[in-house]
Design a protein. Structure first.
Length: 208
């Protein structure tokens, strides 16, 4: 609610104070100044009138509208600070979609080793072929078949790699897999390293 204070109304307290000043002036004039009643009364009336004009009558005051009282004002309470509008909360980012696991690759089927036909000769070097039958597992029929593929010398067999071995294992008709099973390459290398006599000794215990 608004509180209105009318300052144009005469002040009752000012009138009482002006009357008091007049009585005081009368007493001072009579007792201290030694004036008669008429003079003292006139002097007291003038003092009371001046005091009344000053204290009783308003001087250009206007209606003043008091400010609305704030609860807690004057009792050590500060007005509550305005609550700031809360900032809009950003919507949470969508969770990333789970990445589908790549399908497991089917187990690779075992594939045959790369094959390569060994380099053959059109005829034995110097016109004379090695006795391939010294290799265990090679008989007359196998030796003939090797010769048909251009294999005449032990060093040719010793130089085969996995690809040549795989090709020979798959292309010796009636004897597939014999090259690996009987370790032809290891035998041919040993003959070249230690000689035929030492090889034949070791061959008795398959030490090659």
């Amino acid at each position: 609610m608004k509180r209105v204070e009318n300052l144009n109304a005469p002040s009752l307290g000012g009138a009482i104070a002006a009357a008091g000043f007049g009585i005081l002036a009368f007493a001072v004039s009579k007792v201290i100044g030694g004036f008669d009643y008429t003079t003292s009364g006139f002097f007291a009336a003038m003092i009371a009138l001046v005091a009344g004009i000053v204290l009783v009558l308003p001087w250009g005051a206007k209606d003043r509208i008091a400010k609305p009282e704030v609860q807690g004002e004057g009792h050590g309470y500060a007005p509550a600070a305005p609550v700031a509008a809360s900032a809009p909360v950003a919507a949470p980012a969508p969770a990333p979609e789970p990445v589908a696991a790549a399908p497991l690759a089917a187990a690779a089927m075992p594939t045959a080793a790369a094959e390569q036909k060994p380099a053959g000769l059109s005829a034995p070097r110097g016109g004379k072929a090695d006795d391939l039958k010294v290799i265990e597992g090679v008989g007359p029929a196998m030796e003939k078949l090797l010769n048909e593929h251009g294999i005449f010398h032990l060093d040719q067999i010793a130089g085969w790699g996995p690809a040549e071995v795989a090709w020979m294992d798959g292309n010796l008709k009636g004897f597939k897999g014999r090259v690996t099973r009987d370790k032809w390459v290891a035998q041919a290398k040993l003959i070249a390293e230690v000689g035929l006599e030492e090889f034949l000794r070791r061959a008795k215990t398959n030490d090659y």
